[in-house]
Design a protein around this ligand. Sequence first.
Ligand code: ARG
Length: 281
Amino acid sequence: MKKIISMALTVVMLLTAVVAFSACSKDDEVLVMATNAAFPPYEYVEGEEFVGIDVEIATAIAEKLGMELKIEDVEFGSIIGGVAEGKYDMGMAGMTVTEERKQSVNFSDTYATGIQVIIVKEGSAIASLDDIFVFDDEGNPTALKNPEVKVGVQQDTTGDIYSSDDITNWGLNDVEEDGTVTTDRVVRYKTGAEAVEALKTDKVDMVIIDNEPAKSFVAANEGKIHILSGDNEYAVEDYAICVAKENTELLEKINHALAELKEDGTVDKIVAKYINAGSSN
Ligand code: ARG
């Protein structure tokens, strides 16, 4: 009897080891990246395929780590939570490093710069920030030129976060001391493309979004919309890859791979493939 029990135990232990081993080796082979593939030229869908700067850099990183890249296309707002929970290994989505996001995830070294810009419809009364804000003598916004103004953004992006803030913080809303927002000038869409459609059909007066997607959307809608030029940029940001706080090993590996890919010119080559040399940033 004892023998049977010990044999059974050995079998169970063996099986456990096999299962544990296969589970672990499977995880080690696949690098799951969460993104929101509606953000050209960083990530978008072409035919049946995911393409773009982030997709190619991530592929190169995975290759360096000896892993296979698997892309999960999800809502932008669910990337950070999913990464923090361990549902995805990393998030790469033209994602801006912010202090608030750093509370939930760690960020890699940055690999690109983003600028928040304003898109308006052709013939819009808004030609510069002066047509949006009333400024005090120090150049700080104190009120809106047109309190009826509506801005379209992609939900949960920095464009959303900035514009939802109080006017005195360069936002478009009135926000009370306790954080209560008493206006609804910000209209949130699932994708930047939907915000741009809303602009074209006069549902909003402007869209605040990252400059490279902005250029893509303008190119796809030539003569209908344009980016406010000159000194009308909203914010300059760093893009990085996010990883779960406890996954410091992966973060280190990613940073190491990124450094090599920057140094040997791979990152520049990928960026140049998607962004015309000579265009501003
Ligand atoms: N850079 C902005 C942010 O981090 C927008 C990113 C949107 N990315 C996307 N793949 N839709 O909030």
